[in-house]
Design a protein around this ligand. Structure first.
Ligand code: FES
Length: 141
């Protein structure tokens, strides 16, 4: 085990996330009603920073395409939302050819993104010593 102090408990309010870095390792620390958890801070879909997402209970939602993971296990709970419903309405003032091109472009992106596999997040052991939050960098699983 190789525990490293990464944050102070008071820096992470209940229901929030915090990004920390130790060397090249990016970690997302979560406070779930006073219990701290740590997962890799890169989404298993397209690498968005999970700590910029939201936390509801033990479910963390990616800020980019809304994939959801269980913060306690790192397991993928639901995959990315790739449809941009109503995107062409945002171009309502544009000529039909522009609206059509925008719709086709986003449909093409969504099609390619469907082929990207979304992986679980690595999980790190966490312990608290006084006000310090420590993470076991060698313990990712
Ligand atoms: S990058 Fe997280 S869901 Fe796409």
């Amino acid at each position: 085990m190789s525990f490293v102090t990464v944050a102070k408990a008071g820096e992470i309010a209940p229901g929030t996330l915090k990004h920390v870095e130790v060397g090249e390792t990016e970690i997302c620390i979560a406070n779930v009603e006073g219990a701290f958890y740590a997962v890799g801070d890169r989404c298993g879909h397209e690498n968005a920073r999970m700590s910029r997402g939201s936390l509801m209970g033990t479910i963390v939602t990616c800020p980019m395409h809304a994939s959801q993971f269980d913060i306690t296990t790192g397991k993928l709970m639901s995959g990315p939302v790739l449809e941009l419903e109503g995107i062409t309405e945002k171009f309502a003032g544009c000529p039909e050819s522009i609206r059509k091109a925008v719709g086709e472009m986003f449909a093409g992106i969504a099609e390619e993104q469907r082929l990207i596999r979304t992986h679980d997040l690595p999980v790190y052991e966490v312990k608290r010593e006084g006000s310090d939050i420590l993470v076991d960098l060698n313990g990712a699983h």
